[in-house]
Design a protein around this ligand. Structure first.
Ligand SMILES: [Zn+2]
Ligand SMILES: [Zn+2]
Ligand SMILES: [Zn+2]
Ligand SMILES: [Zn+2]
Length: 373
């Protein structure tokens, strides 16, 4: 049965629930480029191409904020209330001509209510699949590409206008990058930043043998908060995580990570969006300029005897030269199922898009790291 809007896109706070007219089945691609990673705060982005945006570009919903990286670039549409990066337009060159493309963040996509009532047995994974991965070389160390799902279906293609470049490396190449990459020795700090560089985070350690845990989650909140099905966080003690801001003279200043995001703390980070998904308990931060997810904070949680703060691990891959997984700094941890909250993806009928494979492959990747050490 045909449905005029079989899909919908939803942000974390649900201020935006946008019906999407499209034909099914639809595909998603997994992009590992630095732009996508720093736009979402995730180890890779998942985007589904659309023929057009499901709203007028001239008068988009007022519930969005819009980011343009340059006067001639496409636009990112993210939620004004919670910061979730939901839609984008972009330009690419093909055969000498400039084309405009449109996409929705796949993690925000679900079957629309009207489609579900007409097709009660159809799951999202039946009509949405990954067709390819791209721009793995940007990760330097292979990033999450060696475990980001099963690549058996995809064909290697060029993307993001890089039609002149050679084809993307395959998943085996990503695993090889991961095995070969050597991180600089003696690092005491790591810097991370969002796409627009408006928010910069620094994490530190006194001892280079100290590693911080990094966790991978597939829960509904993380997915809706980033637009990507799998999300990674660094578990940092608050006294070793900072915001790097600029003083009036332009010098870098380290700002303490607030224990509580009260009105005064929020006001001192005027360029960010804060959203409390559980008031007084859980707060999400995003860049208010570009919409990148920056952190997640659960009050009352402790790590190393300190308040736990959770910057998005992918921010630390914003530097194009040092890789993104930072095995010297992060201890990638595996939950019982591999990826935490994989059952959410199963429940939402979307595990088959990537999470069912991600689980096993992520676990294998971490086990491989142990055997290397
Ligand atoms: Zn929202
Ligand atoms: Zn990309
Ligand atoms: Zn930004
Ligand atoms: Zn989660």
């Amino acid at each position: 049965m045909s449905n005029s809007a079989p899909l919908q896109a939803t942000c974390l706070c649900r201020a935006n629930v946008i019906q999407i007219p499209t034909n099914l089945p639809i595909t998603a691609h997994v992009c590992h480029c630095t732009t996508c990673r720093t736009s979402h705060g995730t180890l890779f982005a998942m985007h589904s191409d659309l023929d057009a945006l499901p709203f007028s570009e001239d008068s988009p919903p007022s519930t969005f904020r819009i980011y343009k990286s340059s006067p001639t670039s496409g636009k990112a549409y993210f939620c004004d209330t919670c910061g979730t990066y939901m839609f984008a337009s972009y330009f690419y060159m093909r055969e000498g001509t400039r084309h405009e493309g449109f996409c929705v963040s796949t993690g925000c996509v679900s079957l629309s209510d009207s489609y579900k009532s007409e097709n009660p047995t159809v799951k999202l994974e039946d009509v949405l699949s990954i067709d390819f991965h791209c721009i793995i070389k940007d990760t330097i160390d292979g990033g999450a590409a060696s475990w980001a799902g099963d690549w058996s279906k995809e064909t290697q293609v060029h993307f993001h206008g890089n039609w002149e470049e050679p084809p993307m490396p395959a998943q085996d190449d990503a695993a090889e990058l991961s095995r070969k990459h050597v991180y600089p020795t003696g690092r005491k700090e790591l810097d991370g930043w969002c796409r627009c560089k408006g928010v910069k985070v620094r994490i530190t350690r006194e001892d280079e043998a100290k590693k911080y845990q990094a966790a991978v989650c597939a829960c509904d909140s993380c997915r809706l908060g980033t637009g990507t099905d799998v999300v990674a966080y660094a578990w940092m003690p608050r006294d070793h995580a900072f915001f790097v801001t600029k003083s009036e003279s332009g010098a870098e200043e380290l700002k303490e990570w607030p224990a509580v995001w009260d009105d005064a703390a929020k006001a001192s980070f005027g360029n960010m969006i804060f959203y409390e998904s559980t008031p007084g308990k859980v707060v999400w931060g995003a860049c208010g300029t570009c919409g990148a997810r920056v952190f997640y904070q659960r009050y009352g949680r402790k790590v190393d005897g300190q308040d736990l703060v959770e910057p998005l691990a992918a921010l630390f891959g914003a530097d194009d030269t040092q890789g993104i997984m930072h095995l010297d700094f992060f201890d990638w941890i595996v939950s019982e199922d591999g990826v935490s909250w994989a059952e959410d993806a199963e429940k939402e009928g979307r595990a088959g898009i990537m999470t069912r494979n991600v689980n096993v492959m992520y676990k294998k990747w971490v086990e491989g790291l142990k055997s290397r050490a």
